[in-house]
Design a protein around this ligand. Structure first.
Ligand code: FES
Ligand code: FES
Length: 158
């Protein structure tokens, strides 16, 4: 049975009929077309599906859509403004933090939560914040470099 889900996604109010057993990742990707949120392991192991729920990083593959009624959801699509990349998106591009790119949206959303909480994190704090996000390509050094560079950058490019 479907029920009406009322929430905010990337700052916009939404009202959608959603099945009681629908996962947040399927609602975002299939109903809203927000395919930036990636489906990796589909079992809580890889972090590719990380989104922000009321500003906290959460796994969309392990979250029922109806459980986020009334909450504010942010996905990778919500970070850029008027076609301009966010500082994290820019830093991942400039510092080669992304190779195949599959883990990148989840990495950036987890890093976004960190930088809002801790604007100048240590490398250890960055590693800890991204511990639940797996990457098969980069060896992680460039990812840490990217988050560190973003922490030193302004949100809007000069
Ligand atoms: S797809 Fe959600 S943790 Fe891997
Ligand atoms: S860049 Fe390929 S999985 Fe991370």
């Amino acid at each position: 049975m479907k029920t009406l889900l009322i929430l905010s996604v990337n700052g916009r109010p939404r009202e959608d009929a959603v099945a009681g057993n629908a996962l947040l990742i399927d609602y975002l990707r299939d109903t809203l077309g927000l395919t930036g949120t990636k489906q990796g392991c589909d079992g809580g192991e890889c972090g590719a599906c990380t989104v922000l729920i009321d500003g906290e990083p959460r796994l969309a593959c392990c979250t029922l859509a109806h459980s986020v009624a009334g909450r504010s959801i942010e996905t990778i699509e919500g970070l850029s403004h008027e076609g301009k990349l966010s500082r994290l998106q820019r830093a991942f591009h400039e510092h080669l933090g992304s190779q195949c790119g599959f883990c990148t949206p989840g990495m950036i959303m987890a890093a976004e939560a960190l930088l809002r909480r801790t604007p100048q994190p240590s490398r250890d704090a960055i590693r800890a914040a991204l511990a639940g996000n797996l990457c098969r390509c980069t060896g992680y050094v460039k990812i840490i470099d990217s988050v560190e560079a973003a922490a030193c950058a302004s949100e809007v490019p000069a």
